[in-house]
Each structure stands twice: as structure tokens, then as C-alpha cells.
Design a protein around this ligand. Sequence first.
Ligand code: PMP
Length: 436
Amino acid sequence: MPFSLTRSEALQRRAESLLAGGVDSPVRAFRAVGGHPPFVISAEGAYLTDADGNRYIDLFGSWGPMLFGHAFAPAVEAIQQAATRSASFGASTPAEAELAELVQRCVPSMEKMRFVSSGTEACMSAIRLARGFTERPFVIKFEGCYHGHADALLVKAGSGVATFGIPGSAGVPNETAMHTLALPYNDLAAVEAAFAAHPGQIACIILEPVVGNAGTIAPAEGFLRGLREITRREGALLIFDEVMTGFRLAAGGAQEHFGFTTPELKPDLTTLGKIVGGGLPVGVFGGRAEIMDKLAPLGPVYQAGTLSGNPLAMAAGIATLGYLLLNKATIYPQLERTTAAITDGLARIAEEAAVPLTINRVGSMFTCFFTSESVTDFDGAATSDTARFGHFHRAMLERGVWLPPSQYEAAFVSTAIGEAEIAAILAAAHEAFSAL
Ligand code: PMP
């Protein structure tokens, strides 16, 4: 049967008449890669099924959360059971401390934490807290890093902002963004210069310890350690945004992966999202107790949420992290093997087809950049031929493999992807590269 999206196209027209751009999050609209987005009806394990009955191997995993594939039985059961006890109380429940304990077992630097409903809220709140704690106004972020869509963090923000070539965002007054210093990733000299230019004024550095939102970019040797040393020396806080890397690169995220677990190296604050909610809307921020105790009701930094610590989300998170903690000895080596098999295969096939390609991979995150340059920062990622990426994306989709629909996003591999799926991905890539 030839590939068809007839039903999805009809659903798209209906969506466009009611939802801005037909979507609730911009990159879903497939503008960057062309063609119509399939409308998903259901998913199980490694596979998504759309409204036309097409099946796809999922290589974006809801943009990260679905570490164990879709409809993961322990999470489904936990959500069902929690739902029978009511979806929300707006009052404290035992599940919040239960999930917090599991988060802390994974990420011990989070001495205290608070649950919110998205990664955006986690990062926005962590920044406010860092400013409140240090009583300083400036924030350093890096070009191509995305920390959610809070006003002050949309400067050179990667992800959909880069996908659509938006330099910042309309609607953010200069006064709001003027305390955000956006520096090139992997450039310690730029960080030193910023601290020299704003002595005693920089509250924190926030970064993705492995970038996913400019495509996958690893920190250069010494970069994270340099940031830790500079922030400590300058009395600024170091915030690891592990919304993507948390529970993905290791149970303890990038901070475990890179050995940033010692008292000298651990970040002051960490933000989490995605996997911690098992697919339900959850974010968390946390870190040193003396900083977290500045939050209301103990301290002067305000932060709140009607649905924060939502019982269904907590139940899904407990089921997910409970499974992860029991099985981490096998999960991460498996993800490493699976993802390496995919990226090694893609590199070989691209070379045979004479397609210039730079593949960056860290654990189960990877990106195929359509460039022959090495990619170590946003400017490197921007040398990619995004039109060619779009053709590749479409060709893969038509062959049953759904990659993230933007050059500036990481692909995410789940434990549901096995030998059969690896073979199918590489077979599709063989045809797709030949067709380029
Ligand atoms: N930080 C990072 C590193 C992210 O990748 C994202 C989302 N992709 C966010 C923050 C924002 O999370 P959310 O979309 O849940 O608001």
C-alpha cells in the first residue's frame, strides 16, 4: 500500500481551524521538514500508529519522556489506579515525598526539591530562586540551549526557536531579556569575559550539560569543570538543566555520567522533566537545601502550582523511576549498545552514499547533522543543510521511521527498540540516503 496521510491531512485542516497553527507546540507542525504531520492515534513499545494506519518506529519518544517505550505497563497500571482515587486534590499526598525520594536516590545533589508541571516551569523557577538567593540580576545561558519558553530564557534558545529562525521572541520586552547573557557553548573564555564585565552581578549559569536543543552537542573536555570553578569563585550558582539528560544518560543524568557527584563538582541546582513524569506533565527543580529553603512558605521567593505534584503524574513517575532504579544495571548498557548500532550504521550508510554527515551521540541521544563540519556549538549546528535534513526526514517517515522533525533536536532511543527495529531503521536509511 503506498504511503498516505489522507486522514491525517483532514485532521490537520480541522486542527488548523481551531488551534493556532494547528498545534499546541510549534515543532509538531512539521514546517521545518515539509509535508503534513501524521496524527497519532496510539502507540505501544517502539511503535506509533497514525490515523491512516501507518506504523512508525519512534525515534523521538515524545521528545524524551518515553525511555521504556509507549504504554509502559507499570506506568499505565499506576495511572489507572491513581485515577480511581481522583485526578487531583490540591492538597498534599504521600506520593509526592515518595517520588521525591526516588528522584533523590537517582540525583543525590537534589537535597530538597519541588514538583511543577513542566520543564519550563522548573527552569523558570530555578532562575528566580537563583536570583533571589544571590540577590543578583544576570543569568548566563548558552546559544542553542533551550530551557523552556519563560521570557528571560528565550534568548538564542535553540529547539523550535532555532528551527523557525526566530532570534528571540516577539512579546519579550528588552527590559526582560537584558539580564540574560547568551554565550557560545563550550567557550570558557566567553564566560570569564562575562563575569569580568559584570562583577558581582551574575546570579547563575544555566546549561544543558549535553545539549539536545541545537541537535546533540557534547560538552568539550574541561567545559563543565571550568563552569563549576568559575561559578564557585564568583559566588554564582551552577544550574544543570537535565530536563532531557535526566534519567537518560544515567539514572543520575549527566551529573552521574560525567562524575559531577562529588561535593566540589555537583551543581547547586538541577532541573528535571520528561522521564520523571513517565509521559505525564511533570517537572522538578531542586538542589542545595539552603537555596531551596528560600522558597515560600519558608523564604521570600514565590513559586506555586494548582496541579503541582498531581497524583496521576506522581503515580506514573513512581512506577517509572521504581523500575529504572531496579533495572539500571541493564538499562543503560542496553541503550548504549542500541544507539551505537544505529549511529554506526547510519554513518556507514551515509559514507557509502557520499552524503556529508556529522553524527553526534551521547548515550541514547543522537543527531545526524547534514554538514561535514564538526558540531561543538550552535554555529556549528547551523552549518547543516536543513533542506537536506527535511528531505531525509520525509524519506524516513515514508519508510516507517519517525525522527524528530527538526535538525535542531536530538533523537531519543528507548529500551523498546531491539534488533528488528535497528535493522528496519538502517534499511530505511539506506533507501533514504540513496534517494537524497
Ligand atoms: N529544558 C530542556 C533541556 C528541554 O529540552 C525542554 C523541553 N524540550 C525544556 C527545558 C522545557 O520543558 P517543557 O517543554 O516540559 O516545558
